[in-house]
Structure formats: structure tokens, C-alpha cells
Design a protein around this ligand. Sequence first.
Ligand code: SAM
Length: 841
Amino acid sequence: MGRTQKKNSKGRLDRYYYLAKEKGYRARSSFKVIQINEKFGHFLEKSKVVIDLCAAPGSWCQVASKLCPVNSLIIGVDIVPMKPMPNVITFQSDITTEDCRSRLRGYMKTWKADTVLHDGAPNVGLGWVQDAFTQSQLTLQALKLAVENLVVNGTFVTKIFRSKDYNKLIWVFQQLFEKVEATKPPASRNVSAEIFVVCKGFKAPKKLDPRLLDPKEVFEELPDGPQNMEAKVYNPEKKVRKRQGYDEGDNLLYNTAPIMEFIETEDPITMLGKLNKFDVDPENNEWKIVNKMKQTNKELLACIEDLKVLGRKDFKMILRWRKNARDLLGLDKDEDNDAVDVNPLTEEEQIDKELSNLQEKQRLSKKREKRKKNETKQKEITRMQMNMLTPDDIGIEAANLGRESLFNLKTAEKTGILDKLAKGKKRMLFNDEELAQDNDIHIDEKIVRERDIYKDTDDLEAEMDSMYDNFKQRKSERDAKFRARQARGGDNEEEWTGFNDKKADEGENEESDYEMEDTGSELSDSDDDEAITQLISKIKTQTSQSKLSNKASRFFSNPIFDNIVADLPNKLNANGVDSESVGDISKLKPKSKANAAAEQIDQQEVDSSDASDSEDSDFEIVANKDSKLEDLDSDYDSEEEAKRTNEEKHKKELDIATVEAMTLAHQLATGQKTKSDLVNEGFNRYTFRDTDNLPAWFVEEEAQHSKINRPITKEAAMAIKEKMRALNARPIKKVAEAKARKKMRAVARLEKIKRKAGLINDDSDKSERDKAEEISRLMKKVTKKQRTKPQVTLVYASGSNRGLSGRPKGVKGKYKMVDGVLKNEQRALKRIAKKHHKKKK
Ligand code: SAM
């Protein structure tokens, strides 16, 4: 890596780098000594003599000369030359040499140093172990110089690298100083292994044991204790790195030994921990015996091929196998015999032993079962969290199901639902009992039962869909028939009899959901005009008498029926229609006009729903489009609650969405139209279209055009336009997101500046004025970003401005002198654009 590249690489040019530049320090490491000095009682301020070992480029010397009292003696030495600096004596020398020692003595004369600093780092690049060792040696050398030159109670600050020598060095320091503390100043990068040790209170012993400063003695290697192979074998997953290198003579990375040696050894664990493989000699007679053992299977042979990849279970298995092999070969015979000879058990003791064995077994099996259950539960919960289960499936029952029951592919394959499983359509859960019976008998029944029990959402949805399809089909068929009959004049033998008691009683019957439609077929056709109105009136009567099924009465609890039931007058309207059926609408006195309009539109929808498809309706009333169905399906706890919910829903969903509907609402509100007009308009030439035997596509297409053209007013159109504009004015998701992002960025920027300002504020090296200036500079940067670009005024260099140097008269702010050609060009462009615009018009 080149020098520049290194400097610019990520993270190197941090804030300390810039701060050092700003302050005029030669290196960012100056802040390390500043921070150490601050943390350890400002020792530099009290030092009159300071020696800086390994000082180049000299930033620590700079700090010392700044902080130490005036006229202090500061000496800096380094193996590389250093640029001279005021108030500091510098010289070039290797601190490990006698030359350095004597030159230092020459500069020191009779003085003693209050502080010795050492930030030495050997020229790195020799490899980690080598670097660390030289560093430790350099430190010890620095300590040697410090011991020679320090005053009693003096301070020694040194850098150490985290290595195996660390503790040894600390121990040496502790012998020579009162207080030894390790620290890592914030300016020292986390990625660096360097640590600084501050040794205070030099003891200045009169007699010094030379071994204390002898690298050979200090860093002497002690033989390693026995390794814990047991831990290695029983916890093979925890790999301990060999930071210390390899054992002596252990030069091979791949070690093998004959398998028979493993069987015979008294320390099998160590072998398992050290070796990579066991060699098998097929000609070995003992091996031939062992090989005949049942346990000498393929798995074992595979395991002994690569011991380093084995887990705890595998090692256990190998050790069990070894024991059996030893038994077979009679290697453990003596021990066994000894054991037998010692204590022959009495009958009672034998029974006791067996009993306790049985109890132990039972306890273990219980424990195993419990663990299995817990695992199953855990799995279920995980599946639940991943939306793979419904809440009903978890819990005790799920836990009881047993582990293998969760997902039994074998059974799935046999029963043929594997495909579905693969597609994610089915989920299988079998219990233990069924697994015990497993596979051969009643498998189909079992699956059918499973399907019933664990019918998942897909099934339910599919069922709902098909039910709804049926409903729609029946509805359209009935409508078509009904209309055809109406068109033919119909036969009026049958009178509407309402819901018979039997049906009403079948509240929970699914069919009752469609009672509204069933009634259609029971209508008497005595009068075409009266048919639908009669239907409504009868329903209302029924509702008021409360003879309906629960679901039906919930349906009629919809607010649109409320007033109708309440104000039923027994009069005929102008058309001769029984007012019980339609006149009720005209007699209504709603609370507000707008409400009235809306309700009438709703009512018209209800009236015409049997006569024409709801899609054909001229009024796109959002309210209650699907509410009928929803209401029937909904399952409220109480009727009141259902009613309340319906009311709320009705209010929320009521919306006039088309110009036609708005016109009608206006007309109703202003009294231009009455409710009976509305009802009458509901019956027009399109009302009873004969669609019998017509293809569905034709009916659908016709429906778009076979409808009455309702007049619309300008006011209504304006009202709808206004409404749409209000809707459009709401910010779209993307805009809102962009705004939020912008805000987030601004906040992040502000946070960053706050942090920077905090740092500046904490910097004890800076004067208050400096701090204030820096912070205001930071703030300016932010405001600059937010400011819009200043407008530049173009000034044409023509007329009085021709050849003008300096600001033209009457021009404020930024300006730019341009020649006349540009002016003409711009004018031409404007002209052309204008022409185009006119042509387009
Ligand atoms: N504290 C210094 C500063 O702030 O400017 C930076 C010191 S720098 C990290 C380490 C220095 O140790 C290098 O300049 C290197 O030349 C010096 N060094 C390494 N081995 C040395 C030795 N045997 N004798 C003298 N200086 C040595």
C-alpha cells in the first residue's frame, strides 16, 4: 500500500488527524499523551525535566513543551532524524544502544527526569509474534533508561502491545513503581493493539535486581501445563486458537496413530484431542477380532477417518466402542474381577439396586419426554411467529402431538397429500395415537378427519368463495326469472306470506342467510308496480314483529330500515301503491336534508335491487354495496352491538360519488324532487329487462347501456369536482415518504453537528473563543446547505454597460455580465416559444 493510499484509506483521517493539523501538532498521537496527562493528574504540568524516548516526529515533545513549566528541559530521542523544534533538545539514536544511554546522560548532566515518555514502536511488518516481542523488548529497554534517569516518585508512561508478555511487563513495572495503571486513551484507535501503561511513584530502589530488566529473564518461556484434552473432546465446537504457537516437537499439522493403540492406551481422551485420524491395519489379529463387533460399523469407521470434524456425540460413541473392544480383548478384565471380588451383593441389595436403576431409568425417560415436549412447543411457537400456524394449533394439544408428528412426510406421501404440502396448501399434524396405528390402516379416514380438524384458511376461503358463487348464481337466476315473469304479466296466484315460522326458527341454518332472495320466488305478481314495494313492506312488517331469525333480524337492524319500520302509514300513495310499501319513504321526516337525500338514494338502491342489477344502478352509492352480505355473515355478540356497528359502518361508508347521485341529492335537498318521484323513476323501461336465456356476456354488456340517462347539474358537477380536488390534495404516499426522508436527513445532520460541537466544547486545549468560532463555522455549513441558491442577475454588456468594469449601476446581489448576442438569442427563443404556443391553440 502506497503512502498516500494508506493515509486516505477509510478511517485513518479521523477527527484527531484534523485536530492535530489544526493545532499544528506533528502527529495525531499527540492527543494520546494529552488525554493520558489529563486522566492521570496533569503530571506534565508538574514536570521540569521530560525525556521522550522514540519521539519522532515529535508531537509528544510538542505537547510537553506546551504543558511543562517554562524553561523545562525536554529531550527527545529517536532512531530516525527529527525536525528541530523550539525548547526541545532532540537527537538521533537507537534507544537500545549504549550510545543513546551516554548521550542522554550528557544532556541530563546532574538532573533527574520527572517524567519519561515512551511511545516506541519497532518498524513493524515482521509478523505479529515478532513485532510484539520486539515491542516488549523495546519497552523493557525504555524502562531501563527510565530507571536510570527518573527522579524518586517520577512518572513513566509507556506503550505496550497486548501480547503474552503483557503481564510479565506489568509485573516488572509493579516492582519499580507505586502505582501501575493501564489505559487506552480515546485517541488510540480501537483496532490498534496498543495499550498505554502509566507508572507513577518511582520507587528508585537502591539495589536493583538486574534480572528485572533482563529481557531473557523477564520474557522467559515457562513450560506449558498439561492441556485439558477432556474439554477439547467433550466440547469440540469451542475451538481454542493456538495463540502461543504449537508444542515443542509438534511440527506436524496432521497426526495419526494406529487404532489399536487407541484401544490399548490408558489416556484415550488425549489421543482423541490430539489426533486427526486413526489408522487401521487390516492384518492386525486383534483388529480382526474388534472388527467383528456389532459396534464396528460404517459410522464408526467414518468417524475415525477425521476426528477433527466430530462432535460430542461422536466422541462418546467412539469411547463406548473402545470400552467394548477392551472388554472383548480382555484388557479391562483385571479391574472388573477386582470389583466383583470386593463386594458380592445380597439378594435384597440386588433388588434395591434394580429398583433404583428402574427409577433412574424412569426419571430419565420422563426428562427426555419433557424435553421433547418443550422442543415441540418451541417449534410450534416459531412456526406461529412465522405465520405458519393458527393460534389454535399451539398450546398443550400441539405439545402433546409429539415430535415426529409435526411433519410426517412418509405419511403424507402415502396419503397423496404430499403434492399439496409441497405447494404450501396443506399442513399436516398427526398425533401419537394415530402414528402408532400408522400407515397401513384407515389412512384415508385419518386424512379426512385431519382435513376436518385442521381445515386451514385456504379451505375456508375456498368454501366461502363457492358459497358466495352459489349465492350469486341463485340470485341472478331468480332475478332473471322474476323479471321475466314480471314482464310476462306474471301469475298472481301466490300471495306473499312472509317468512314462515319454520324458516324463522332455523336461525342458524345457512340458508337463512339468503332468506331475502328466497322471498323473491314467493312473491305474488298481482300487480307489477306493487311487487317490489310489497316485498319491502312485508319485510318491514316482519321486522317490526320480530319474528325473524337472528341473522335476518341483524340484517334488518341496518339503519336504512329503521325509519321505514317506525313510520308505516296505512295509506296508498298517488300511484295507488300501498303506502306500507313505498309511501313510507315519502312520509319520512329525516333529521337533515342531506341525510334524507342519502337515505333516499340508499332506499332507491334497495327498491331497485330486485328489479335491476346493482351494477346497473345509476347511483354509485358506496354505502351498503356489499353491506347486505356482510351483515348477514357477521357474527356479533349481541344484537345491540351489531346494530351499533352497522350504524357506524353506514355513517362511515355513506358517500355520494357520482355527479348523477349528487344532482339527485341536490334536487331532493332543494325540494325539486319528492321521494315519490324517486320511487316512480325507479320503474322505467329498463327496470324489467328480459334476460332469460341470454348469454352472460351479452347481459353484462347490455347492462352498461340499458339504463336511464339522468340529468346532471353544473352545481353537482362542481361539487364532485371539488370533492375530488380535496381528495387529490392529500399528499400521496411517495410525497409523504420523501418529506419524511428529508426531515430524517435534517435531524441526522443536526445530530452530527451536535456531536461535533460537543467534541469541540470538550476540547480543553481550545480557548472559549476558538470553540465558539468553530461551532459557528459548523452552524454556517448547515445553514448554507439549506439556503437556496442566490439568483444571478444577467447584465447585458451593451449600451452604458459596454466595456464596464465593476458592478453595473442599479444591480444588487450576484450578477453576471453577458454579451449582447446572448440577449438576442434569448429574445429569439422566447419569440419562437410564443409562436408555438399560439399555433397549438
Ligand atoms: N510519540 C511520537 C510522536 O507523537 O510523534 C510517535 C512515536 S512513533 C509511534 C514510534 C517511533 O519509535 C518511531 O518514530 C520509530 O522510529 C521509533 N523507534 C523505534 N525503534 C526505536 C529504537 N530502537 N530507538 C529509537 N527509536 C525507535
